[in-house]
Design a protein around this ligand. Sequence first.
Ligand code: UT7
Length: 331
Amino acid sequence: MQKITAAITAVGGYVPEYRLTNKELETMVDTNDEWIRSRTGIEERRILKGEGLGSSDMAAPAVKELCEKRGISPAEIDCMICATVTPDMVFPATANIVCDKIGAVNAFGFDVSAACSGFLFALTTGASLIESGRYKKVVVVGVDKMSAIVDYTDRATCIIFGDGAGAVLLEPNEEGVGVLDSILKSDGSGKEFLHMKAGGSVKPATMDTVLAKEHYAYQEGQTVFKFAVKGMADVSYELMQKNNLTADDIAWLVPHQANLRIIDATARRMDLPKEKVMINIEKYGNTTAATLPLCLWDWEKRLKKGDNIILAAFGGGFTWGATWLKWAYNS
Ligand code: UT7
């Protein structure tokens, strides 16, 4: 009997209406469109505006879209895994809130916190639930409202991040398509270079932490950049070697969209031409856990059954990894 794999059978996405352009950022901090484009590849990012709106308000429409595309009711979902570092609240899990908002009344839900690698870590976790034979419909959603934790007076961080959500449905498959392998890594010694200083149990929120702006994302950009270039490229190459995949075998690279220069370095290491690399950083910026599923969402119509796809990410933690999957359907 063919092994059960977890196939992606539908993709959903959501980006907020508001476009924060490089031009607008020029009015907020000492930066310019040319610098941002040449150093990052970003032209604009989406921002979720509105009182009382959080990550679940982007994840819910993404998952609803996926259910409509697949023709299933949210009540059929067995499990909802939400990758995010900007949960609606510290607890309960945003996955639970999303289930409540869409009527996924039979699902259990939990969050995965692995920053920009969150979607990959959650995808591998969700795939294992399917492979076990115990669950039939697992939704993996990557969502971040980075605008909630970005300091819009810090030009080194505010220019890269944006808001958005992307989701995939995983179902059992016995034709050999779906998630086939992953190499995932983390190294907690990297935490000091990209983290939020306060608001956790080590340093709970006080007036002082708020005044010191310690509830914003803190990033030492250059250091993270160096680790990201090496980490994402090396792990993608390692996954190819492990599975005897050549550049010719790979239809698409889906890289985390943090910086165009990091994406280019990964593609070069894999010997892949640019035409095989999904890039939408120019219109969404870095949406943290949402970058990979938002690429799949944007490219879904061009994907063909059997396409070999490598997803790769690097993020805070440090966390990084790569996943190999075979696409399961033609749109
Ligand atoms: O998503 C998960 C993990 N995150 C990442 O992968 C992000 C990794 N890091 C990066 O993408 C880049 O480090 C940044 C885009 C954040 C920064 O780009 P960089 O090329 O590393 O710039 P830098 O920090 O080395 O700064 C170079 C210069 C500095 O000026 P001096 O000291 O050379 O005079 C900065 O002050 O550019 C200056 N600078 C800016 N200038 C205009 C920094 N930010 C800006 C800005 N506009 N927004």
